[in-house]
Design a protein around this ligand. Structure first.
Ligand SMILES: [Cu+2]
Length: 166
């Protein structure tokens, strides 16, 4: 009787079809009590050696954690930055380690906090995926896939503000 194994195989193939896109599209990566979502890295612009990555880190735990550092095979260094207005000019500053408060969240968005990818070793092309490793004080290291996008929305909600260059 060969019907059963064939059916089982077909069922598995169907499962793979269903699970495949769901996994690829998964918007949540967890590390301990942390949930990392809305992960986007800006596609390379021209020959610029730098780009920036954005995400939301939520902490479901009762203790704060800290994002200590980040790294990417695609870049020489990754720094935790924040954009701030000083004397009418937007300035970038080192902002690591970044505290993720207990029962709170931290947004990395254009015009604010971002991961700065310095010394790109390859072009990041719109529509692709890029893995970035985040190292947390308590949750430890976690590698997450970031969507590569030429246009990065300022937030989950549509906004009328002009995105900054970076
Ligand atoms: Cu920066």
């Amino acid at each position: 009787m060969r019907l059963k194994p064939l059916l089982a195989f077909a069922a598995l193939a169907l499962l793979a079809l269903i699970a495949g896109p769901a996994l690829a599209d998964s918007h949540q990566v967890t590390a301990g009590d942390l949930v990392i979502s809305s992960r986007v890295v800006r596609a390379s612009i021209g020959r610029s050696p730098n780009t920036a990555a954005y995400m939301t880190i939520a902490n479901r735990g009762a203790a704060p954690d800290r994002l200590m550092s980040a790294s990417c095979a695609c870049a020489e260094t990754v720094e935790i930055h924040v954009m701030q207005e000083m004397n009418g000019m937007m300035m970038m500053d080192d902002a690591g380690p970044m505290v993720v408060p207990a029962h709170g969240s931290v947004d990395f968005r254009p015009g604010g906090r971002h991961l700065m990818l310095n010394g790109l070793k390859e072009r990041l092309t719109d529509g692709g995926e890029q893995e970035i490793t985040l190292v947390f004080e308590h949750a430890g290291p976690v590698t997450a896939s970031f969507h590569i996008r030429a246009k990065v929305p300022l937030s989950a909600q549509p906004s009328r503000q002009q995105p900054p260059k970076h």
